[in-house]
Design a protein around this ligand. Structure first.
Ligand code: ATP
Ligand code: MG
Length: 580
């Protein structure tokens, strides 16, 4: 493509609304434009990048035996009523009515539609297993669409669904998809980790999220330095042994300490001159409409999903200030487990609170705390469980190695659904014995448009994007510094023609711009290989080649261009960990 003809509206200014680097660079480089909140147009370069990602996904899905379909984006509300999700999905589901006053929604995901499709056709065990996928535009009315393609309201997803006769079959489908996802992300040239994810009530390790590692990621993942364990925070189990205090458990009884103005653990520590690890934080929750007090050490973070799983709850909300006052008799900041008498309240505590004593806790009284609390003696705790976030001081739950916390961007998710949708929607088949059985399902999503943003978050510098070759809209940026020199222009045209004839995708900067502008734009747009031809180079019979990732330069001899280019291309791809 000749840049002189291409629709690549680059911006000089950094757009003020863009908070993260991928959003800034995608706007500046003329890859996308926002139409309205969280809804984007893909311009030619942006669409090429998206299509590159989609092609690789398509190849790996097909290789793994999945078949591509395309389901409607508009979905009837009645299907969603069958699974109860019409009510449950909440406001992310964009609903509307047609002229006959029937309910519809824009598809945020397709479990209902695909299950309806399959239950209508599949009758016999002989037609299973079945794995269907699509690459399609989704709509989720996200509360906070942000970061450009990272969290849009309209975005492109690959979603796939497997149907099996039994659990063993569903497990095999799951593992095939897991492997296919690893192949996809490897081929995309991204540094990624599959991490164990919370699978809610289904249990087992039947949910993995695929995370692209990037400092700016919204998710924290725990990885082991010694083995390949990786899990997201809600799943990463804390197995750390707990400190046992040496007080002999003859602490004096709890007594009140006045703590005016000390609402937070930090303020309390500051006020009393104590450490956060000697405080018990009491967090109050409304769990499916009932009060729950969750206790963690003052220097720890409670994980709400761990709490939700422990209580097998549907909905966990932090208590409102009014609820806190009603349940404790004190304003927010002074809740404590001793003498907590709200009707029906359950008290659960993090495991490490099972041993120590001599705690500071809230006194359920304004401006007051208690000291010398022994949780076993002074409180009736309903359950001890792993409730807190893992830290780098904890050990790997699998091998005992050191844990490192890293940031990641979720780009894919594989999930064993079991019977959840097939049962609700009556997707059954007849087995070998003519008995009716419910199909066992799995679902598998990849954020196609999010991957383009994640690739940039992981690979960029101050000058712009460093696209992995498999995602780059073009593999090569060819810069002609011809000015008025016809010979240079001709030689550059020839390189462009030769590479194109070989099937190499080239973005040819043939504009009449100054060299400085061309260099800047090439770095901004981020094609992995840059070729620069100027008057001096032509005289010396060379074209300058720059690897955008490393900045490394070399000269390719024009006399032997084809083979020198091939060798360099191999080197660049290897640098990205890609096969040729
Ligand atoms: P998140 O926790 O980021 O909201 P999710 O758990 O809702 O993601 P899934 O329903 O598993 O996501 O969707 C599959 C994939 O689609 C995700 O792994 C992610 O890559 C992508 N995705 C989800 N929501 C968005 C969005 N709003 N914008 C862009 N991509 C998205
Ligand atoms: Mg979401």
């Amino acid at each position: 493509m000749r840049l002189s003809k291409a629709y690549v509206p680059t911006l000089k200014e950094v757009p003020a609304e863009a908070e993260v680097v991928s959003h800034r660079l995608l706007l500046r480089g003329g890859f996308v434009r926002q139409l309205t909140r969280g809804v984007y147009t893909y311009l030619p370069l942006g669409l090429r990048a998206v299509n590159k990602v989609a092609d690789i996904i398509r190849q790996e899905m097909d290789r793994a035996g999945a078949q591509e379909v395309l389901m409607p984006m508009v979905q009837p509300g009645d299907l969603w009523r069958e699974t109860g999700r019409w009510e449950f999905y909440g406001r992310e589901l964009l609903r509307f009515k047609d002229r006959l006053d029937r309910d519809f929604c824009l598809g945020p995901t397709h479990e209902e539609v695909v299950t309806d499709l399959v239950r209508g056709e599949v009758r016999s065990y002989r037609q299973l297993p079945l794995n269907l996928y699509q690459i399609q535009t989704k709509f989720r009315d996200e509360i906070r669409p942000r970061f450009g393609l990272m969290r849009g309201r309209e975005f492109i997803m690959k979603d796939g669904y497997s149907f099996d006769r039994d659990d063993a079959g569903a497990d095999a489908s799951y593992h095939a998809m897991y492997d296919a996802y690893c192949a996809v992300f490897r081929r995309l040239g991204l540094e990624f980790r599959p991490v164990e994810a919370d699978s809610g009530t289904i249990g087992g390790n039947f949910s993995h999220e695929f995370m692209v590692l990037a400092e700016t990621g919204e998710d924290t993942i725990a990885t082991c330095q010694a083995c390949d364990y990786a899990a997201n925070l809600e799943k990463a189990e804390v197995v750390a042994p707990v400190d046992r205090c040496d007080c002999g458990h003859d602490c004096p009884p709890p007594s009140e300490v006045p703590t005016p103005g000390a609402h937070t653990v930090e303020e309390l520590c500051e006020f009393l001159g104590i450490e956060a690890r000697s405080v018990v934080k009491t967090l109050l929750f409304d769990v499916d409409g009932k009060p729950v007090a969750a206790l963690v050490r003052g220097d720890r973070e409670l994980n709400e999903i761990k709490l939700k799983n422990l209580l097998d709850a549907k909905d966990v909300k932090l208590a409102t200030p009014e609820q806190v006052t009603a349940w404790t008799g004190a304003p927010v900041g002074f809740a404590g487990p001793v003498g907590l008498k709200a009707p029906g309240i359950r008290i659960v505590a993090d495991r490490e609170l099972d041993f120590d004593c001599g705690w500071f806790v809230g006194a359920n009284k304004a401006e007051t705390h208690l000291k010398n609390v022994d949780l076993r003696r002074d409180v009736k705790i309903d359950a001890h469980a792993d409730l807190r976030n893992i830290t780098e001081a904890d050990k790997c739950p699998r091998c005992g190695g050191a844990i490192r916390l890293r940031r990641g961007i979720e780009v894919g998710h594989v999930f064993k659904l079991g019977l959840k949708y097939s049962k609700a929607m009556n997707a059954t088949f007849l087995d070998e014995n003519g008995r009716e059985q419910v199909m066992v399902m799995g679902c598998y999503g990849i954020g196609v448009s999010r991957i383009v943003a994640a690739a940039i978050e992981q690979n960029h510098d101050d000058d712009g994007i460093k696209f992995p070759p498999s995602i780059a809209p073009y593999e090569v940026s060819l810069l002609s510094l011809a000015g008025k020199d016809k010979d240079v222009a001709e030689a550059a045209d020839k390189i462009y023609a030769d590479l194109s004839a070989k099937g190499v995708e080239v973005l040819y900067d043939d504009r009449g711009e100054r060299p400085g502008v061309k260099f800047k734009d090439a770095d901004l747009l981020g094609m992995p290989m840059q070729l620069v031809l100027g008057g001096k180079g032509l005289k010396n019979g060379v074209v300058e080649a720059k690897d955008r990732r490393t900045g490394e330069k070399r000269e390719l001899k024009l006399a032997d261009f084809a083979s020198e280019f091939d060798a360099w291309r191999r080197a660049v791809r290897q640098g990205w960990g890609l096969d040729i």
